[in-house]
Design a protein around this ligand. Structure first.
Ligand code: ZN
Length: 469
């Protein structure tokens, strides 16, 4: 780990203006020697957030947060101490020095810095190509036809990669080596640009530094086959660790205590344009455990808006289950077949309210997929036993009982002991159904029992058919 010299830390502290920092997150009003405003860390209507420029500190009388410029940046940007110092140094123009470390470590840090600089310049080049080149008119029209305005596209730094080896040539002229271009995933082994004539979505780390690209196909004669292609994995870019748009969504996720995960980059952009900010995209279809852990640091509520296939993938289910066990409330928004959130960005908010809890989603899937009732029973029992007790688990359990027509015996969470044998015989599963059927048949055969039946409600029966009767 890099250690920043104490003098550099002091220089950064002295240069950082707490008022400037806070004002990027909330509007402040000067009151005497202090400034006050609405707290950027919790929702409120009357200002209880106070900033003291003399002391370089902030404090919220509502939620109790407080600290200095370093803690503010750590909180709002999601950085560790070193990261926060580096962030502040670049924001306030302070040159920082590091303690002597091993030559190997220094070389590695310099190499990473050059890769970041190269990727940053590539992103800027693609942006210029999209917005300034005369030949890019059709692509700009395409973006507009997808309903994405220029402002939001610029916020996400969309770009266009030209054909040939223009980027490779320019980067080489600036002194970057072939190895660096390869490591950054910008050049092919043959020496031409890796991405050619594609719509470019820069992928960033949580600090907003470009670490890779996702590129959308625009032409049929594209040497890369996929509709969307990511940069090759590299020292900086591990697809499974990244959530697209997190650097822009982060503060909204914290403040609103919810994160919406969608599949596509354009969904993130369209939703942000429509005013829904706490939105990120998984980089492939499946959600990974790393991505979930990243979100769990920021919020206790995650909404997954995937299409039915993706929401049922094993990897995604595992990641969701992990989140639920970690205490995150996970809900799944069922999207109509072939519909993306981007198709109706304003319509997503009501769907979030109706979103299905993970436990219910999972139980429904197990019931649909099971070979037979016995299998379904065991699968559902297994899933429910793996989840902590909660109203959502109860709701899922009720659904399972209803569909299976028998009470699913669960392990008591506290004692951890089974209240029923794991392998329930099919005969037992069927017993409940038979009992209900016989009771109904008995009433039919002996009309004098009718008034007794009238005292029962449909809820007394597990089976749909019996309830109807
Ligand atoms: Zn507060």
């Amino acid at each position: 780990m890099a250690r920043i010299k104490d003098e550099s830390v002091d220089a950064v502290k002295a240069a950082a203006s707490i008022v400037d920092l806070v004002e990027t997150r909330t509007r402040l009003r000067k009151v005497g020697a202090r400034y006050t405003g609405l707290c950027p860390f919790h929702e409120e209507k009357t200002p209880s957030f106070s900033v003291s420029p003399d002391r370089g500190t902030y404090h919220c009388f509502g939620c109790g947060v407080g600290g200095d410029s370093i803690s503010f940046v750590r909180e709002t940007e999601g950085l560790d101490f070193v990261g926060a110092i580096e962030w502040l140094a670049s924001r306030f123009g302070v040159q920082i020095e590091y303690e002597e470390t091993s030559p190997h470590y220094d070389a590695r840090r310099r190499r990473r810095e050059r890769l970041f600089a190269l990727l940053e310049q590539a992103a800027a080049f693609y942006e210029r190509t999209l917005w300034e080149s005369s030949g890019a008119g059709a692509v700009r029209d395409y973006v507009e036809s997808r309903g994405l305005g220029e402002d939001v596209c610029r916020e996400f730094r969309l770009g266009l990669s030209p054909a040939g080896a223009t980027l490779t040539r320019k980067a080489t002229e600036k002194g970057y080596t072939r190895d660096e271009l390869l490591e950054a995933g910008l050049v092919t082994r043959r020496g031409s640009d890796y991405f050619q004539h594609r719509l470019m979505f820069p992928v960033t780390d949580i600090r907003g530094r470009v670490i890779a690209f996702q590129a959308r196909k625009l032409h049929e004669q594209d040497p890369l086959r996929g509709k969307y292609v990511n940069s090759p994995e590299s020292e900086l870019f591990r697809k499974s660790n990244v959530l697209y748009g997190l650097h822009l969504a982060r503060s909204a996720i914290v403040k609103q205590d919810r994160a919406v995960v969608v599949e596509g980059n354009t969904d993130v952009i369209a939703l942000r344009q429509a005013g829904l900010h706490p939105v990120v995209a998984s980089m492939g279809t499946a959600l990974t455990e790393r991505q979930v852990k990243e979100l769990a640091k920021l919020t206790t509520r995650v909404y997954l808006c995937f299409d039915a296939d993706a929401a049922g993938e094993d990897a995604t289910l595992r990641a969701m289950e992990l989140a639920v066990r970690a205490g995150v409330e996970v809900r799944v928004v069922a999207l109509p077949m072939g519909k993306d959130p981007a198709d109706d960005p304003a319509g997503l908010e009501p769907r979030l309210i109706d979103a299905e809890p993970y436990a219910v989603h999972r139980v429904r899937l197990e019931l649909e997929r099971a070979r037979d009732r016995q299998h379904a029973y065991l699968q559902v029992q297994d899933v429910l036993n793996g989840l902590p007790e909660s109203p959502e688990r109860y709701e899922a359990w009720r659904l399972a009982n209803d569909r299976l027509g028998i009470t699913v015996e669960l392990r008591a969470a506290a004692s951890g002991t089974a209240t029923a044998g794991r392998a329930l015989s099919p005969r037992l599963v069927d017993a409940g159904e038979k009992l209900e059927r016989r009771a109904l048949a008995g009433v039919r055969a002996h009309p004098e029992l009718g008034p007794l039946l009238a005292e029962l409600t449909p809820e007394h029966f597990h089976f749909e058919g019996h309830r109807a009767l």
